[in-house]
Design a protein around this ligand. Structure first.
Ligand code: SF4
Length: 191
């Protein structure tokens, strides 16, 4: 079945969604996940403009300001999302995807094409909160590309504020080795 072309309803320049990057965040509509307690219900309806029509124009508008383009959703049409990521990478920017999926395997094709730098995965669970909650189920990874090996660095701790014992958590997590994508897949399946 033909997937619906991706549409977006809004965009913003943001500094907190992707650590160390100034991102053009594009809010993609038609979210298929429908998490209970969703903080962005306006993204459930399939509405707005086609991203493929506007992506270059949006990047042109902010080209000297941004370092990254962050797609908020879009994995309901992986082929199109992949093509959009390729466009962004060709233009010299980093790429981040925020997904409500817990299945990191579905993004393998993005690593294989070297067109993703950050990936946030995990549905929103009210009782566990978002990335800035120490109990969250969600995870943010940075993709590290070696000559042949692609690895993921868990950078979720970067979202914690100082209300928790963050210094200790940061110190502990900084010592963790990078993990192969296969290892991360297994860990997520066992969660
Ligand atoms: S993935 Fe995000 S936008 Fe979609 S339902 Fe869950 S919280 Fe809402």
């Amino acid at each position: 079945m033909q997937k619906q072309k991706l549409k977006y309803v809004s965009y913003a320049i943001v500094c907190e969604e992707v650590p160390d990057e100034i991102s053009l965040a594009i809010n993609i509509s038609g979210c298929p996940y429908k998490c209970k307690g969703c903080h962005s219900k306006y993204l459930w309806e399939y509405t707005g403009n086609y991203i493929s029509d506007d992506l270059d124009k949006l990047i042109d508008k902010y080209n000297s300001l941004i370092t990254c383009v962050c797609f908020m959703g879009g994995d309901q049409n992986l082929n199109e999302l992949l093509n959009l990521c390729k466009i962004v990478k060709k233009r010299g920017y980093k790429v981040c995807i925020y997904s409500g999926s817990c299945n990191i395997s579905k993004f393998s094709i993005f690593y294989d094409n070297v067109c993703i730098d950050y990936i946030k995965i995990g549905s929103y669970i009210e009782s566990r909160g978002g990335l800035n909650n120490k109990n969250t189920n969600q995870k943010m990874y940075k993709v590290i590309y070696g000559d042949t090996l692609k690895q993921l660095e868990n950078i979720t701790y970067r979202f914690l504020k100082h209300d928790y014992n963050t210094d200790r958590i940061v110190e502990e997590m900084s010592c963790l080795p990078l993990k192969s994508i296969e290892t991360v897949k297994k860990e997520l399946l066992n969660e």
